[in-house]
Write a protein that binds this ligand. Structure first.
Ligand code: G6P
Length: 366
């Protein structure tokens, strides 16, 4: 009931603000990385597998896309990520040494469950689920599991489930690296330190809400928006665009910024706001030239940058500065302002935020 909302207007807002707690609970005072985080048999299985196949839908699929960057970079294990409803119906080449990872908030999504069973029917027996519901079908079906501690998520648009999935997937990357001897003790200690600081870091991002509300008021009058990111922030741009579509009904799409010139640049006018996820990383200089391409066509830029990015506000370039640069875990931090932007844009448009039209929280039918 409304009482459960506390000071918040909607469950989605409450769930966005719960993320420091949700991520903290998912980490459970972690002090070191061990495969047992994923189950008793995890060491044996992680040792045996030579690749990862992620199967998921919706927001959970974007968590999988982000994990591909982490796992390939940290553990050097090849990863493919597939939309469950595509994988289950196409002819694929099964690899019995692959670790099949399903990602699901509910653990009941029909396509994801069917894709898992399909993979098993093709001879893939090493299965792991990252799931938010311990009693779900997905957890029962998989040999290994990691239960995210987001708690019950009521808003149809997923928020805290996503950031806790990412947290779990980062630990999976570390764990796969460790059993392969690719995680030094120093690196492990640094990653653990960054993980443990995440709840505080997310809290600092949540404090940007007033600035984001000011942007949302401008977005409310638009019919289209473009989201750009590069590298491991490209899936975060995809998730940002999905959130905006789901709850504000504004048409939004996301592009890896390097693809701008291969199509979407044709859409850029002063009516098309372009959201840019711009952390200070190796791709920043390239991203800056992508941003100039947008400005040259009169497009307005809305940039989430960290202090080191040295992107200043100017005519047509609006900047919200992220409190700190967060290295490999930066995708988790950059998710939060995009959630808030969608949420407040939807509020300004007066939509039914927690129950957007035509969508369901858990899709248990095909
Ligand atoms: C629905 C929900 C999304 C969710 C997707 C996958 O479309 O509205 O928020 O990402 O299903 O759900 P799952 O429970 O498998 O993560």
């Amino acid at each position: 009931g409304a009482a459960d909302l506390g000071p918040y207007r909607h469950f989605m807002q409450k769930e966005i603000f719960e993320q420091p707690r949700a991520v903290g609970d998912t980490l459970q005072d972690i002090e070191s990385i061990t495969p047992e985080l994923f189950g008793d048999q995890a060491y044996k299985i992680f040792k045996q597998v030579d690749s990862v196949l992620v199967l998921a839908c919706g927001t959970s699929y974007y968590a999988g896309l982000t994990a591909k960057y982490w796992i390939e970079s940290i553990a050097q294990v090849p990863v493919s990520v597939e939309i469950a409803s595509e994988y289950r119906y196409r002819d694929s080449v099964p690899n019995p040494n692959s670790l099949v990872v399903t990602i699901s908030q509910s653990g009941e999504t029909a396509d994801t469950l069917a894709a898992l069973k399909h993979a098993r029917s093709l001879g893939m027996q090493h299965t792991l689920t990252i799931c938010n519901v311990a009693t779900s079908a997905m957890v029962r079906e998989c040999a290994l599991n990691f239960i995210t501690r987001a708690g019950v998520e009521i808003g149809v648009a997923s928020t805290k489930a996503f950031t806790t999935q990412l947290t779990a997937l980062f630990m999976l990357a570390l764990s796969l690296a460790q059993v392969r001897g690719r995680l030094s003790e120093e690196a492990e200690a640094q990653h653990i330190k960054a993980l443990r600081h995440l709840p505080t870091a997310i809290g600092a991002v949540l404090a940007l809400e007033p600035q984001i509300i000011a942007w949302a008021e401008r977005f409310a009058g638009k019919e289209n928006a473009l989201f750009l990111g590069r590298g491991m922030h490209y899936p975060i741009a995809l998730e940002g665009a999905l959130k905006l579509k789901e709850i504000s009904y504004i048409h939004a799409e996301a592009y890896p910024a390097g693809e701008l010139k291969h199509g979407p640049l044709a859409l850029v006018t002063e009516h098309m706001p372009v959201v840019v996820v711009a952390p200070h990383d190796a791709l920043l200089e390239k991203l800056k030239s992508n941003m100039q391409e947008v400005r040259a066509r009169g497009g307005d830029l809305y940039v989430f940058a960290d202090a080191d990015s040295r992107i200043a506000s100017s005519e047509g370039t609006h900047v919200i500065r992220m409190p700190e640069h967060y290295g490999m875990l930066s995708p988790i931090l950059h998710t939060v302002p995009l959630q808030l932007l969608s949420y407040h844009t939807a509020c300004a448009r007066g939509t039914d935020v927690d129950k957007p039209r035509n969508l369901a929280k858990s899709v248990t039918v095909e």
